[in-house]
Structure formats: structure tokens, C-alpha cells
Design a protein around this ligand. Structure first.
Ligand code: ADE
Ligand code: ZN
Length: 344
């Protein structure tokens, strides 16, 4: 029952890296199409390699996806495949990460990523009514100078960028390192977000708040280690985009039943569920929600509250947020018992 309810519920995705939506089959076919030699002998062998012990190991595999993409059209197609999945899962608004640095280092201009993502979002809106936007990240383990160079490349296209984030290997690269560049991003009127408190401790979340003034935190699960931080996050209701299956796949929690999302919700943190890299972690948004509902104490009311939190935490316009809330409300009104006791 709850499974069906979650499957059909209108959803908002706020944390998804587009190359992380490349199924082994897509990656394999693209490699062959582009004559890129990969070290796996079959799709099954490649799929079997979607297993990781930590974030760093995962990033290596994630990079393989970027290597088989050889044209703007390839990247556009990867986006459109993801948008079709959004239709299947009733994801009505999605904010998507894709780094430009990787492709710039391969010799492509920044327009390669910007046009592919921008074009795909226009077509997603026209074909499916899906809204959202593109959020490149600075690759933190490449350091502050590279981030500044990325901003210099991206700033002429700022109208096509919804937000800028900070991703990749976290430990050793606190947000404070990128303080100056993010000040410029904010001055340009672009939303600022960052992965923080995924593998690294709560200090990194403080740094994201104080040094680069984030409007939303990707992951943030390690906030629970610092009571003062939890208090601050509850007071400010800063959104945290939690990715449960990612956390299990990258061994932050051994089992889903150990995930601290129920506790985060209980403490009044502004949490919502997202997928991060759905193909690699074998769970899109629906599967992440179902897994939390089936393996933890989070109730149907909790799932609904987080669906609302995702709408509120998005960078959608006021008007679009109203529509998304109204779509959710309509859906809930057809599932009468589920609408009680949940605040907007
Ligand atoms: N890039 C793709 N997925 C990521 C994650 N979970 N953390 C940091 N960077 C990422
Ligand atoms: Zn992520």
C-alpha cells in the first residue's frame, strides 16, 4: 500500500548528479558508440563493479561515465533518459548537478555542458512539464584555484545556472577553502549550496554555513554529532538533502535500518529524501523513499512531510512552489488518511 502511495506521489528531486543516472547499459552502449575502450567485458561485469567502499572509490567509477560522453548530444541524451525516469516516478521538479571542470579538462568548452543541460531542461519542460535547473559543482579536491577558474569560465553563462555547489572528495577540502570564489558567485545572484557532512565531520557543515553562506546543504547527515549545530539548523530550517541509499552504498551506514534520517526528522531538521547517483546506487527517488519507509521508523506522515520540505527547499519560483504544493495536496486528498497532522 505505502509502496504504491510513494510510487505515484508527486515528487521533487534536489540532489542528483546527472552522470550518476547512467545505467551500466547506457554507459556500455555509449562507450561502444564512441569507440572508448573500457576495461569491462560485458554490461553485467560493469554493473557488478558498481560497488564501493567509500566516496573516493565511487568518484573513480563516476568519472568513467564522464569519459564515455563525447558530444553535447551524448550529454543531452543522458539528461533526457533521466527525465524519462522522472516521468515514470512522477518527479515534477528536479535540480541537477553536473560539473563543467571535467569536460573542460577533456578539452571541451564550458558551453558543452551548459548547452546540453540547458537544452535538456527546456525540452523536459516542453515535453513533460518538468521544471528545475542546472547546478554545476566545483570539484573540491582540485582546490581553490581551479574553482576560481571554473567560475571565470561559467560566469558569462550565469543566466543558465540555477545554483553552484561543491562536490567530490570531501575530507581535507572544507568549504572555507573556496570562500572568495563563492562570495563572487553570491554577488552574481546565484544560489550557493555544498556537499557537507557526508563523510567529513560537522565542522564542514559549519564552514559551509559561515564561510560560503549556503542556502542548502547536500547530505548534512553528520550534523547530529554537534548539538549546537542541530539547534542552529532547526532554528534556521536550512534544508538538508539526504540521500539514504547513497549513504548505505558508500558505507556511511552498514544497513538502511541504521540510517539516522528518522532521528533527523524527529529533531525537527528540514530534511528531504534524494537519490544522489541513482544508477550507481541502484535506487532512484522512489526507491530511496520506499527503502526508508520499509527499513526505518519513518512513517507515511514523515514521507509526506519530507515531500513538502523538498518543495519548500527547492529554488523553484514562488508560483511553481504553489503549483507543486497544490499537485501534492490533490494527490493527498485522494488518499484521505494521509493528509492529517502534517504542516506545509
Ligand atoms: N559526486 C557525485 N556524487 C557525489 C557524492 N555523493 N558526494 C560528493 N560528490 C559526488
Ligand atoms: Zn551528491
Amino acid at each position: 500500500m505505502l509502496k504504491k502511495f510513494i510510487e505515484n506521489m508527486p515528487k521533487v528531486e534536489l540532489h542528483m548528479h546527472v552522470e550518476g543516472s547512467m545505467e551500466a547499459k547506457t554507459l556500455w552502449e555509449l562507450a561502444h558508440h564512441n569507440n572508448y575502450k573500457i576495461e569491462y567485458n560485458s554490461i553485467d561485469e560493469l554493473k557488478a563493479a558498481y560497488k564501493f567502499n567509500n566516496l573516493t572509490e565511487f568518484i573513480d567509477m563516476y568519472m568513467l561515465g564522464t569519459r564515455v560522453i563525447k558530444s553535447e548530444q551524448d550529454l543531452y541524451d543522458v539528461c533526457m533518459t533521466y527525465f524519462k525516469k522522472c516521468v515514470e516516478q512522477n518527479i515534477q521538479h528536479t535540480e541537477v548537478h553536473c560539473d563543467i571542470r571535467t569536460y573542460v579538462d577533456y578539452g571541451y568548452p564550458p558551453e558543452f555542458v551548459i548547452n546540453a543541460l540547458h537544452g535538456a531542461f527546456i525540452d523536459a519542460k516542453n515535453n513533460y512539464g518538468i521544471t528545475g535547473g542546472f547546478m554545476p559543482c566545483f570539484i573540491r579536491h582540485l582546490g581553490a584555484e581551479v574553482a576560481q577558474a571554473d567560475w571565470d569560465l561559467m560566469s558569462p553563462f550565469k543566466d543558465k545556472i540555477l545554483a553552484i555547489g561543491l562536490s567530490a572528495v570531501e575530507v581535507g577540502y572544507p568549504p572555507s577553502l573556496f570562500k572568495e570564489t563563492f562570495a563572487k558567485v553570491r554577488d552574481a545572484g546565484i544560489h550557493v549550496i555544498a556537499h557537507a557532512g557526508e563523510e567529513a565531520p560537522a565542522d564542514y557543515i559549519w564552514s559551509a554555513i559561515k564561510d560560503i553562506k549556503v542556502e542548502r546543504i547536500d547530505h548534512g547527515i553528520r550534523c547530529l554529532e554537534d548539538e549546537r549545530l542541530v539547534e542552529y539548523l532547526v532554528d534556521t530550517q536550512l534544508p538538508l538533502t539526504v540521500c539514504p541509499q547513497s549513504n548505505v552504498a558508500l558505507k556511511i551506514f552498514k544497513y538502511m535500518s541504521q540510517h539516522t534520517l528518522p532521528l533527523m526528522l524527529e529533531k525537527g531538521l528540514n530534511v528531504s529524501i534524494h537519490s544522489d547517483d541513482p544508477a550507481h546506487f541502484n535506487a532512484y527517488l522512489t526507491e530511496n523513499m520506499i527503502s526508508i519507509a520499509e527499513n526505518t521508523s519513518v512513517t507515511k506522515q514523515g514521507i509526506i512531510q519530507m515531500a513538502k520540505n523538498a518543495i519548500n527547499g527547492s529554488f523553484a519560483s514562488k508560483q511553481r512552489k504553489k503549483e507543486l504544493h497544490s499537485n501534492l495536496k490533490d494527490y493527498l486528498s485522494h488518499h484521505q488518511d494521509s493528509n492529517s497532522q502534517v504542516s506545509t
